[in-house]
Ligand binder design. Structure first.
Ligand SMILES: C[C@](O)(C(=O)O)[C@H](CC(=O)O)C(=O)O
Ligand SMILES: [Mg+2]
Length: 291
């Protein structure tokens, strides 16, 4: 890991953590000035596999995307590992592999393995004891103390606020560094949760869900330490792509959609393309072209 999530949190409060569904998005977020990245479980399922966010993807599916992002950007990466991909030994393996992949933090949740998006109805959660076991397995497997373990609870929608707080406290006792109360509906709920738990709390400000699009200032006022935008760029990219495909089909050309596109020069700037080319030229000048 190049930078820890703890370092990033120390320099920005609240810390905005932005979703990047691939390596290029990670570079764009970094170059825009962001300080922390997120690999969304829904993003891996939707963007990389064309699947819904229902616990269908595996550890290796998520790892592959995580490795591509940590190779492309030094920013700390928080990875959504859903329910940990199995029992205690699987969770331990998840943590070890994520550490090895250069990931800075994971979040693990208390939904049943057949999980759903946290903002959908009819979620089911495991017992508090089972969630505590998940957190213990993750904490015990960690070898780098800079690697952060975030416990997510989906209990608010299923059992209410008291249960969410109780579970969160049990997870902290089991060694969780950070907390993610899913699908909160008001600033008052964030305030009550943050006051009760005593460790840094993340607010998931995903669009079209149960949580209003509170500003970072409002959330900081309620005690929140991190604000997550898991799929914001992906949703915008998807709309842009849909529009381009439609124009090509309907108009017989793409001219109406060019304004939506990133120009070639900006792509090259983001990638550092010209530096690569200059290196290639220098290598050829030294060693000759072997064509
Ligand atoms: C944060 C999340 O777990 C994700 O996978 O990105 C999702 C986001 C979403 O579906 O909007 C969740 O909140 O469950
Ligand atoms: Mg998820």
């Amino acid at each position: 890991m190049k930078q820890s999530l703890f370092d990033a949190m120390a320099s920005s409060r609240p810390l905005a953590i932005v979703g990047a569904v691939n390596a290029y998005s990670a570079m764009q977020a970094e170059q825009a000035g962001h300080r922390a990245l997120y690999l969304s479980g829904a993003g891996v399922a939707n963007a990389s596999f064309g699947l819904p966010d229902l616990g269908i993807t595996s550890l290796n599916d998520v790892l592959e995307d995580a490795r591509r992002i940590t190779a492309a950007s030094p920013l700390p990466l928080l990875v959504d590992v859903d329910t940990g991909f199995g029992g205690a030994f699987n969770i331990a393996r998840t943590v070890k592999e994520m550490e090895r992949a250069g990931v800075a933090a994971i979040h693990i949740e208390d939904q049943v393995a057949q999980k759903r998006c946290g903002h959908r109805p009819n979620k089911a959660i495991v017992s508090r004891a089972e969630m505590v076991d998940r957190v213990k397995a993750a904490v015990d497997a960690r070898t780098d103390s800079r690697f952060a373990i975030m416990a997510r609870t989906d209990a608010l929608a299923v059992e209410g606020m008291d249960s969410a707080v109780e579970r969160a406290l049990a997870c902290v006792e089991a060694g969780a560094d950070l907390l993610f109360p899913e699908a909160m509906e008001s600033l008052e709920q964030y305030r009550a949760f943050c006051d009760a738990v005593g460790v840094p709390v993340l607010a998931n400000i995903t669009e079209f869900g149960k949580t209003p699009l509170f500003s970072q200032q409002e959330l900081a006022g309620a005690g929140v330490a991190m604000v997550l935008y898991p799929l914001s760029a992906f949703r915008a990219m998807s709309r842009a792509a849909e529009t381009v495909y439609r124009h090509i089909l309907q108009d017989g050309h793409q001219r109406e959609a060019v304004a939506l596109m990133q120009p070639r020069e900006e792509l090259y700037r983001t990638l550092g393309y010209h530096d690569y080319e200059a290196k290639l030229d220098a290598l050829f000048a030294q060693g000759g072209n072997h064509d």
